[in-house]
Design a protein around this ligand. Structure first.
Ligand SMILES: [Cu+2]
Length: 129
């Protein structure tokens, strides 16, 4: 009976450690593909992040958030970009290499934006629900 309990306890420990590892590696992982993927941000005021890189794309291209959530754009590359909204209240911010831009969206709707440096081909959409 003693060894059976020990095995069971050890199994629980291993499962907990594995779960902790996999969740932290998920957070650290950067998206590898960039073709039209969309992400739904976690509800409840969680972080919503868009990454701009030297590929001249915003990743994810489409991000769905909840009303009142703050989106953070991070320039992970070495060239400058902008976050310039096409719709909604005016918003046109430089996104220099290594910097971040944040915007809290408190109105439901679909908002498109682009980078003025690289033109409409570098674009993204924020869906606020
Ligand atoms: Cu750009």
């Amino acid at each position: 009976m003693g060894s059976g309990l020990r095995v069971a306890a050890l199994t629980v420990v291993v499962v907990v450690v594995l779960a902790a590892c996999s969740s932290s590696s998920k957070q650290a992982a950067t998206p590898t593909s960039s073709g039209g993927q969309s992400t739904v941000a976690t509800s409840g005021g969680g972080q919503a992040t868009v990454t701009a890189a030297d590929t001249r794309q915003f990743t994810p291209v489409t991000l769905t958030i909840t009303v009142g959530q703050t989106v953070t754009w991070t320039n992970a590359g070495t060239i400058d970009h902008t976050v310039t909204f096409d719709t909604g209240p005016a918003f046109d911010k430089p996104l220099a290499a290594g910097s971040t831009v944040t915007r809290t969206l408190s109105t439901a709707g679909t908002f498109t934006y682009h980078c003025t440096i690289h033109g409409p081909s570098m674009h993204g959409t924020i869906i606020v629900k």
